[in-house]
Design a protein around this ligand. Structure first.
Ligand code: NAD
Length: 371
């Protein structure tokens, strides 16, 4: 079998597999073909892949001959991928029309963001491995933009109080943001609709602010669900109290397949101190503030709002390393011991992450979105 690794579009610095992951595939007699410069921005030049048994082939050769293709993004995949099996992160719940198009081309599409988030899937969970990086980088970006210190200082020239960081959403990214902000010496307050994260927040040294009456999310597989009007109003009032004192706000709140909840209104932004910074990791799904613009930094009345949902890509070496390890673990389900491509749909992880197969959208949630 031939496995192809495509070079990602120009905005993406990560690559689906680093050279270090090749050995496990080659041992199974899988030929690994890599598009020239696919790993360049992850500091993995072509000769690193060649040294470890990979073969550098043109994009056309890979597209024509590979049985299985790795490409994180679907943006610039060519029409000639007809009948191919591809693996990446395609956000199918936000791109149902593209999924229909791909089904029409008889492509078998696995989107790793749709993997069921079970214990067994943890080693393949690209959302977690990349969100962890995004949470870390969000704090570093904020610290860079803030015209103040993070830690408290008592010096002969005077005292500096610790920065106040407010984190909205304590999922994987939010928890890493708490840990990183605490390491830098900030005081951290946190909101989440899932009460079960309270203990994790406290154990990282954050203060958890509770809002009564959150919707029960126990059947949502660990995710949040949409909240009632009453809850949203109570939550907004409490966020308004905290935000007026915050130097930095990091927002990460998401609801799978839905627009991100708007938690920070224009009025709240206007109540913040001049020079404060908001980093919105939910920017690509609409943003958690009323003013967020995706992939842009705007300034509103002295407050910078940085909208970026792809901060993991700004750390391409470790992001590719962890993404590649996730992919490799997933590939173990699709490649048998003799190196043949198999599609065991009886496996809940294979079934759950498969979006199109045999000319149809096979994922129920995505199918419902296509008229
Ligand atoms: P996410 O990116 O979908 O959301 C981020 C956070 O925003 C979540 O904690 C969510 O509760 C919160 N949120 C949503 N709406 C909100 C609102 N209105 N106000 C405040 N906060 C709000 O989530 P994620 O980080 O990908 O994962 C969430 C959880 O899923 C994890 O913490 C974990 O419990 C579970 N999980 C399980 C596995 C696994 O078992 N394999 C893997 C990863 C995550």
């Amino acid at each position: 079998m031939i496995l192809g690794i495509l070079k990602e579009p120009s905005f993406e610095k990560r690559v689906s597999l680093l050279p270090e992951s090749l050995a496990a595939l080659i041992k199974k007699n899988v030929q690994v073909w890599i598009e020239p410069n696919a790993g360049l921005y992850a500091f993995s030049p072509d000769d690193e892949y060649s040294k470890l048994g990979g073969q550098i082939k043109s994009r056309d050769e890979i597209i024509q001959n590979a049985n299985l293709i790795l490409s994180m993004h679907g943006d610039d995949l060519p029409g000639s991928l007809k009948s191919k099996t591809i693996i990446g992160v395609y956000q199918p719940l936000f791109q149902p029309q593209l999924m229909r198009e791909w089904a029409g081309k008889m492509m078998t599409v696995f989107s790793l963001d749709m993997l069921p988030r079970t214990t067994r899937a943890q080693s393949m969970d690209v959302l977690s491995s990349q969100a962890n990086i995004a949470g870390y980088k969000a704090v570093l970006a904020a610290a860079n933009m803030l015209p103040r210190y993070f830690p408290m200082f008592i010096t002969a020239a005077g005292s500096i109080p610790p920065a106040k960081v407010l984190i909205l959403g304590a999922g994987v990214a939010g928890l890493q943001a708490i840990a990183t902000a605490r390491r830098l010496g900030a005081v951290v307050e946190v909101f989440d609709t899932r009460p079960q994260v309270k203990e994790e927040v406290l154990s990282l040294g954050g203060k958890f602010i509770e809002v009564e009456g959150a919707a029960d999310a126990s059947s949502a597989g660990g995710y949040a669900v949409e909240q009632s009007e009453g809850f949203q109003q109570r939550q907004k009032e409490k966020i308004a109290e905290s935000i007026a004192k915050a130097d930095i706000v990091i927002t990460t709140a998401q609801i799978p397949g839905k627009r991100a909840p708007v938690l920070v209104s224009k009025d709240m932004v206007e109540s913040m101190k001049l020079g404060s910074v908001i980093i919105d990791l939910a920017a690509s799904t609409g943003g958690n503030t009323e003013l967020t613009e995706n992939n842009k930094t705007i300034t509103h009345e002295g407050v910078a709002i940085y909208g970026d949902s792809s901060l993991a890509a700004s750390m391409p070496v470790d992001a590719s390393k962890l993404y590649g390890k996730n992919v490799l673990n997933f590939l173990q389900l699709l490649i048998d011991k003799d190196g043949n491509l198999i599609l065991p749909f009886e496996d809940e992880l294979v079934k759950g992450s498969c979006i199109t197969h045999n000319g149809e959208i096979v994922n129920e949630r995505v199918r419902q979105l296509v008229p």
